[in-house]
Design a protein around this ligand. Sequence first.
Ligand SMILES: *Cc1c(COP(=O)(O)O)cnc(C)c1O
Length: 427
Amino acid sequence: MDKNNRDTRKYAREMDKADRLSSFRDRFYKKEGQLYMDGNSLGLCSLDAEEAILRVLNEWKERGIGVWTEPDPPLFTYHDYLAGMLAPLIGAEAEEVTIHANTTVNIHTCIATFYKPTEKRYKILVDKLNFPTDLYAVEGQIKLKGLDPRECMKMVESREGNLLNEADIVAAMSDDVALILLPSVLYRSGQLLDLFSITQEAHRRGIVIGWDLSHSIGAVPHRFDKVQPDFAVWCNYKYMNGGPGTSAGLYINKQHFSLDAGLPGWHGNKYETQFQLNTQFEKAEYAGGWQTGTQPVISMAAIEGSLKIYQEAGIENLRQKSLRLTGYLMQLIDSKLEQYGFSIINPREDAQRGGHVALVHEEALRINEALKAAGVVPDFRFPNVIRLAPVPLYTSFEDVYELVERIVDIMDHKKYEAYEKKIGLIA
Ligand SMILES: *Cc1c(COP(=O)(O)O)cnc(C)c1O
């Protein structure tokens, strides 16, 4: 089919007809006429998530304290159950995964576990483009060791402001670097790094390396059986659709199960002796040993519902559809939006991009407001980026087509000029 034919609604509908994942859309709460392109910030609620939450709520109603041990699965070990469902998404073993706290706390526990600065190796390598909380946590951990972040935090810079160059990352792995923390997918530009080669380069130099998968988990399959990083963290409310503020994810490579947990707590104790409530902590020898205290199991139930959908749809199938949706979006942007001054800053190659398209425009802030008024849920990242995530579980090709039509309408009629240049509380 030639290019012009692909720029039509008819083509989008044909793509939807041929899409074997199209029915999953009906498992999500979607507003009629709304184009939800923000699943990389907060995924939508599914019927499955709702059902799981109500089931757990009911268990609590009926059983009181029995909620911890009587249901199937018992909620006392619910994180183990969820880890078993989630591990295949990243190619890890179930015992290497646990569900716990939030991403920031999990970074703290990992750095506190793995960062052992010596006279010669005392730096933590991070990148300038990472989500700020990751950098705050690293800085805090360096200070806790009584060290100076200005000396101990080494930043990989971006050459042009949006992307990282993998050669620059490798070149920064000097002899004084003890630990590396990097994002798998950059939250603004959507760049996907090569986890395998970067991890290999780090290990070749004796450096511990961990990944923040917040922007790839549930969108990009990982093969941790091959990558073999030391640790990883992620949140479960973006592509994972686990609900606002649900517990995050933590991966500890099984080679490290015998290490002390950085932030020990009674839920990391071996099950056999946990309720003996001894003053001596006995850490469990699997990722669950990094648990701290009692978990918010009601909200965690949403993750179970969502993982059921992942098991049915298959992460590889979802990745293929995601690449086609974002590819289609980029093609429409190229042919219909370039004339209005938009440009795409995410990498074009499939192997180097995650689940969203990052669009730059000098009027991005006001265009983002006009998009909201036009029934689109986009998101804006300071100072000039609009992120658009056509999530494969609930976005159709026609949605993508319609999205670009709405942008064209906003630009043709300069509708963004009706808005002020002001950022809201949650951009
Ligand atoms: C979303 C995101 C987080 C979120 O952190 P929380 O502590 O779970 O709120 C952290 N890091 C990155 C890279 C993210 O994309």
